[in-house]
Design a protein around this ligand. Sequence first.
Ligand code: SF4
Length: 291
Amino acid sequence: MLQQTQVKTVIPYFHKFVKKFKTIDALSKSNEKEILKMWEGLGYYRRARNLLECAKILVKKHKSRLPRSIVEIKKLPGVGDYTANALLGLVHNEPRIAIDGNVKRLFSRNLNIEEKNIDFDKLIEKNKINLFKTKRNADLVEALMEFGALKCKPKDPNCITCCLNKTCKYFKSDKKINNIRNKMIKNKNYDIFCRVNKKQQIALTRNNQISFLKNFNLPEMKETNIKAIDKNWKFLINYKNSISNLKLNINLYYKFSNKLPPRYNWYSLNENKEFVPSFTKKILKKLTTLF
Ligand code: SF4
């Protein structure tokens, strides 16, 4: 189902499909009309026909099991090298890697060698002891694909938080990446001003000026400007926090006040019915110590 189709599109079809056909035997007893009806809207109908045909062959020739031989698996309709390796790894935990675009990119970046200059089969053979030493081959097949798709993404790899960045040659050597890395980590200093009243409520607003926190319930928050802090605000605590690529250094101030500024609402410090980000929750917890 995932060939040429995004995961989010496939999910409802997949659920419907496995609910209806719980086993290979059940699928093999279906017919083209029924399968195509279930596939309606997903496109590439040859996949559906192949799947039905595969089920019939597996039931008839392989006792409803996936063969262990790659030669036999590749005889199944629609199954080439990639699918055969994926199946052997995922189903039989065989030491194999399904080499798709995501996996190629991950290896290529790690070695800092262009994809077209890598013989992936040789590379895997040469490194098989290290690659497969955990014996969790099914997990490895899946993890490599997911890692390439979600972390070592084509345009904007998440190198900063990547667990491979200490050994990744691309990250270490490529100037562009280093520039991105330097640009990515930003230190920011903020002051947060909490108005609290005697009913143990805090004034929060969604209308703060901090772009990455827009639309969250927060107290007043400004970039630090020590000179502009009114002496009525009492310093409470300093926090260090990280949000995506920002390293935040935050000073928390408070004052008791019954005045609610425009576009603020009172929220109980102890019982919050509306969604507040976990960062705000931390602040609320700290403020309860004032009472
Ligand atoms: S450090 Fe960056 S380029 Fe290297 S593997 Fe991780 S995400 Fe990919």
